[in-house]
Design a binder for this molecule. Structure first.
Ligand SMILES: CC(C)(COP(=O)(O)OP(=O)(O)OC[C@H]1O[C@@H](n2cnc3c(N)ncnc32)[C@H](O)[C@@H]1OP(=O)(O)O)[C@@H](O)C(=O)NCCC(=O)NCCS
Length: 193
């Protein structure tokens, strides 16, 4: 299915606040004019305020089993294999070409020949960022604030407050002081000044 959502996110600072200096990314400010919110509410099982979903969007059940909190941003060409329910927490961001698959087939050939399938729900916490091209397997839970690096295949649950990536996706480190100082490699944050 294709879902046309408004491109409401912008690189901008919040009114009355100083824009961050010296970094290539600004705040993602939400455009309060939301003519397509009604459509999002019709398409998704649940949708909070301030969500943006880019197109194209692919979903087995038309997102009828996808639950979005508030302030979520979903970039283009995301696929929801939503045979089971998929829950995405407030302020999470999903990069292009991410696949959430709640379904799988038994490895035993005779069962697949008879089209056996299993479905397990996926739970994404609050303020999670999933990097582009990642694959989220059936039954996975990702904890609040965690970052999943681009190209990861998430086969085990990921705890809260960590950076994890790889195939299979593994916890690399906890989010901490380093991240208050640098936003990317050796590029320094100056948003605190
Ligand atoms: C994971 C990520 C957030 C960086 O996290 P970080 O902890 O700051 O990692 P660093 O950049 O310091 O890299 C540390 C090491 O991990 C490696 N690495 C980083 N991201 C990786 C990834 N996704 N897969 C495999 N290895 C990765 C780096 O090459 C580096 O290795 P090195 O020490 O041998 O040079 C970032 O690399 C990433 O994947 N971002 C996703 C970008 C994206 O999908 N954008 C879409 C639009 S929003």
């Amino acid at each position: 299915m294709f879902l046309e959502a408004q491109a409401g996110w912008r690189l901008s600072s919040r009114k009355g606040r100083k824009a961050p200096k010296g970094i290539a990314v600004g705040r993602l400010g939400f455009d309060s004019r939301m003519p397509r919110q009604k459509l999002l509410r019709e398409v998704f099982a649940e949708v909070g305020t301030g969500c943006t979903v880019e197109t194209p969007l692919n979903a087995n059940w038309g997102c009828k089993h996808v639950h979005l909190g508030k302030g979520i941003y979903i970039n283009s060409n995301v696929t929801f294999v939503d045979d089971e329910h998929i829950y995405i927490g407030d302020y999470s961001m999903v990069s292009p070409n991410v696949v959430f698959t709640t379904s799988g087939h038994p490895v035993l050939p005779i069962l697949r020949e008879h089209h056996y399938v299993y479905n397990l729900p996926i739970h994404i916490g609050r303020n999670v960022w999933i990097g582009s091209g990642s694959q989220i397997m059936p039954g996975i839970t990702i904890g609040d604030n965690s970052v999943i690096g681009a190209g990861s295949v998430v086969t085990h649950d990921i705890p809260a407050n960590v950076v994890a990536f790889g195939v299979p996706c593994q916890v690399i480190r906890e989010i901490g002081e380093k991240d208050r100082e640098f936003y990317y490699k050796d590029r320094k944050l100056d948003v605190w000044e």
